[in-house]
Structure formats: C-alpha cells, structure tokens
Design a protein around this ligand. Structure first.
Ligand code: CS2
Length: 510
C-alpha cells in the first residue's frame, strides 16, 4: 500500500499531556507526590501563582504532606494577572514539573499540591470566597512589593493609589491582593469562622507587619470594626523565603518532556535545589512544613536583613552592572571576574558590617552565594531580577548604604549599583526611544533619565524619597553617583569596577 507523504506529514504524533491518569506511568527517576492529588482538600489559598510559588511553597507543602499524610493542605493557587499559567495547569489536572538543578545534576519532581488554579481578574468574587472557605487555615502571598499598595514614605496603605481607589469603589470585586484579603476576612467574620493565618512570602522588610497594616488600613476605610476584628484575630507572621527560581523556558519544557518519558508539561519551573523558609512562629493549624526544611522561629528580623542585603542586594549589583556589561543572565555576570570580585567586596565590606554575621559563617555564606549565582543551569535573566528596582533598591542596597554612611564607611559598590540602575532608564532602543524597564514608576523615571547632565540626573533620582528614603549626606552621595554614571557611559564596566576594587579583592573572583 502506498502512503501519501502529505498525509503522513499532516498527522503529527499526539503527545500526551501530564495528567492525574498518567502520573503512575511516569519513569521511575521522576519524584512525584506520595499521595493521590485528587484526595487533597483545600486548606491553603495562595495569591500569586508564579514560578516562585510553584517551586517553593507548593513543593514544600508536597513534602510536608508526604511526611505525615495530612491531606488537608491542598492549595487554591490564584494567578493575579496573566491567565496563561491557569490555562496550562487546568489542562494537566494542576500538575507540573519542578526541575531542580545543582552542580551539573538535574532532578525532576512532579508537584501535585495545587487543587485548583484560579484567574483572579476573571473571578475576583471567587478569590474572596475561597479565602473564607471554612477549611482554609492559611493564606500565603507572593505578589511583589508593589502588590501590597503600601506607600514607601509612610509605610501605610497608599489609599490614594488608583488600584486601591478602584477597589474601594467596587468592594465586592477587588482587583488587589489587599482588597481580596479584606473581602475574604470580612466574610469569615460575618460567618463567625476561624480566620486563616496570612503569611507573606515576598522579599520585603518585615513583610508580615507591612501586610498587616495594609490590610487593616484598607478595612478601616469602610469599616472600623472589621479593622479592629482583623487586628485582634488574624495573624500575619513574617517569613523569609529563599530559592533561586526561573519560569520554565522552551528548553525546560524539552528537558521536562525527556524526564517524563515523552509526556508534555506546559507549566514546568526551573530552580536550584537549595531551599529555605524561615517563618515567625504562630498559633494555628498548618502543614508540617518543618518536614520540608522550614524553620519556625520567634523573630525573623536578623535572618531577613541578612538575606535581603547579601543575596537580593548582590543580585541587583549583578543585574544592573551585568546588564551594562552586556551579560544576559546572573550566571554570566557572576562568572565575570571583575563583577564577581566586586560582588564579594560588596558583601564582605559593605553589606556584612551592617549585619549580625561575621567570621567563618560569613565567609561560608558569601562563598555559597557566589556559587549559587554562578549556577549555569538556571537562566535567571537580568530583566527579571532587575525589574521593579524602585521598590527593591531600598531594602536591599540603600538601607545598608545609609547605615554605612552614618559611620563613614565607604560604599563604592552600592554607589556603582545605583548608577548602573539609573543607566537602565537611559539605554536607547533601536528606534531611538528610551528603554522602559519593568518598574511601577517606569514612566516617571524615564522622564528623569531624559536629563542630559549625569550629575543633575543622579540628583533628580536621589531626591526621590519614595525610592531612597532619607540618605544621610545625600548631596555627596548624589555627586558620587553622578561620577559613576559619567564613568559608566564613558568607560568599560570592567575598568570602572576595577578602579573601585580594594587590593585584596582584585583577582578574588571565585
Ligand atoms: C531575586 C529573587 O528577582 C529577584 O528579585 O533577587 O527572586 C531571588 O532569586 C530570591 O529571593 C532568592 O531566594
């Protein structure tokens, strides 16, 4: 029999999609839930169903359930903006693969803790309903600093911001995480239910306290008694999360398909195998996350400060200077000898002296971080790490810089990081327009970046108290930043960096 070539080509092989049905048929090397995902009930609502949540809290919850068999902790995962992840997850029974890369080795684990994926913009009422579900004991959040609608100047809810104003107008259909939480908690109170603990997992200073004041301020705008009830009854523990994660790329999808024996996964995530989660102890029911490596402590403050300043601060240094040097990923920037040496100097001489960390433990932490940054299997791109710089710079870089200036300790690497960030807004695109990095204040900052004189430009940026707070000796800092902006536009990044390296760090890349 003759087969027409055209017909053969027109019928591509059907690739099976990851699903509950084929979970038991996955190759033996793939780790998977030690429970039937369909047997879970929903005890957690998570706001912000991005890659980070899926590679961190959702996976940690899988290990907690695996350890004690408590099936109450399925997760209703709420996507706050794009519907893509919801569409992808729903088509595969909410299962997805986490690829964990470490030291040249990759492991794959299929995660089955998400019981449903919800797109908040199309179902805002449903989000509040889920938060108020009597079985829900915990709400977790990864919505970025901007998602808290807190004014960086007052530290309270920014009641004038458009999104909050819109939420107050249509209270039953909120668009912000804060509005959704208040609507859900109001419903719990109306029913006389047990309110869930609300745990922030965003990289912010005192994240639980910021969240608590945002929620209480929002509630008080229409109901003082609700605000008081929330203040008395709802716990907002602070928490510090750590794992470097990148949303799955086309390459990850191909790697996942290989691991899954030809089964297709359209929602894989890629991460390092390192994971920590430090949570302020609280009363209330929760998964046994300790089984997944989480630590419950009385106070997370020191740990949070160290994590924000060492890891996240250095991430910004590598992102902004790395991008200026033409690198596309953190791994490439961290493998650049001049940048790696500056990163080490920054951590040891600028960030660490402001922390309760020293000696062998500090050196071990710094070595580990530089090794984690260099992990080539994670395509952690600059635009992702560097986005929202106007929110990220203060807790990660500027806070320690201000502490240092107050005691006259030099801060060359912090100054250079700020200068490189300012230059992000100046890079002309191919069509001559100025680049608009992903940032909640992008428009205003692109306006400041249009100032031609580098010193005047630095001064305009540094005057923004909402970004920089009250820096001691601001005029001197602005001049130093202006000098650095001038040098970065004239010389190579390597030369500019080398001029600031202390002798003991020259050649100390590794
Ligand atoms: C990064 C973090 O994108 C960023 O802001 O600095 O996502 C970082 O990878 C994690 O905090 C690591 O725990």
């Amino acid at each position: 029999m003759r087969v027409s070539l055209n017909t053969a080509l027109a019928e591509p092989a059907i690739v099976p999609r990851l699903s509950a049905r084929n979970l038991s048929r996955l190759p033996p090397g793939v780790a998977r839930p030690q429970f039937a995902p369909s047997a879970l009930s929903t005890g957690i609502v998570h706001l912000g169903c991005g890659a980070f949540h899926r590679a961190h809290q959702a996976l940690a919850t899988q290990h907690a359930i695996g350890a004690d068999g408590d099936r109450r902790w399925g997760i209703a995962a709420i996507a706050m903006s794009s519907p893509d992840v919801v569409t992808a997850l729903r088509a595969q029974d909410n299962l997805y693969t986490t690829l964990l890369h470490d030291g040249g080795r990759t492991r794959a684990e299929v995660v089955g803790t998400i019981t449903e994926a919800v797109h908040a913009p199309t179902d805002p009422v449903g989000v509040a309903r889920r938060i108020a579900d009597p079985r829900v004991r915990v709400v977790t959040l990864t919505v970025t600093t901007d998602g808290y609608c807190v004014s960086p100047v007052t530290g309270r809810l920014d009641a004038g911001c458009d999104r909050v104003v819109a939420d107050l107008r249509r209270r039953a259909r909120p668009g912000t995480a804060i509005g959704m939480l208040v609507a859900g908690l109001a419903e719990v109170r109306r029913r006389g239910g047990i309110p869930p603990a609300v745990i922030s997992c965003d990289n912010m200073t005192a994240n639980g306290r910021q969240l608590r004041s945002a929620v209480m301020d929002f509630a008080a705008l229409h109901d003082d008694r609700l605000a008081a009830w929330i203040g008395r009854n709802v716990r907002f523990p602070c928490s510090v999360v750590d794992r470097i994660v990148q949303p799955g790329s086309a390459t990850d999808a191909a790697v996942a398909r290989n691991w899954l024996g030809g089964i297709d996964d359209r929602a894989p995530v890629s991460a390092e195998s390192f994971l920590t989660w430090t949570i302020e102890d609280f009363d209330g029911e929760r998964p046994r996350w300790e089984a997944a490596g989480a630590r419950f402590v009385g106070d997370v403050t020191d740990h949070e400060k160290a994590k924000l300043r060492l890891l996240n601060g250095t991430h910004l240094l590598l992102a902004y200077l790395g991008a200026s040097a033409g690198h596309a990923t953190i791994a490439q920037a961290a493998a650049d000898p001049a940048l790696a040496a500056l990163a080490r100097q920054f951590m040891l001489c600028e960030q660490a002296p402001t922390l309760a960390l020293s000696g062998a433990e500090l050196h071990r932490t710094v070595d580990d971080l530089l090794r984690r940054f260099r992990n080539p299997a994670i395509r952690h791109d600059m635009t992702r790490v560097g986005r929202n710089g106007s929110d990220k710079l203060r807790p990660r870089v500027v806070a320690a810089m201000s502490d240092n200036i107050a005691v006259r300790r030099p801060t060359p690497a912090a100054i250079l990081t700020i200068a490189a960030w300012i230059r992000w807004f100046e890079a002309p695109c191919a069509d001559g327009a100025v680049m608009r990095p992903d940032d909640p204040r992008a428009e205003e900052l692109a306006g400041l970046a249009a100032e031609a004189d580098p010193h005047r430009r630095a001064e305009l940026f540094l005057r923004r108290a909402d970004i920089f707070g009250a820096i001691p000796d601001r005029d001197r800092v602005a001049r130093a930043v202006g000098d650095a902006v001038t040098e970065l536009s004239r010389d190579s990044v390597t030369d500019v960096v080398r001029r600031r390296l202390l002798p003991e760090f020259e050649g100390s890349a590794g």
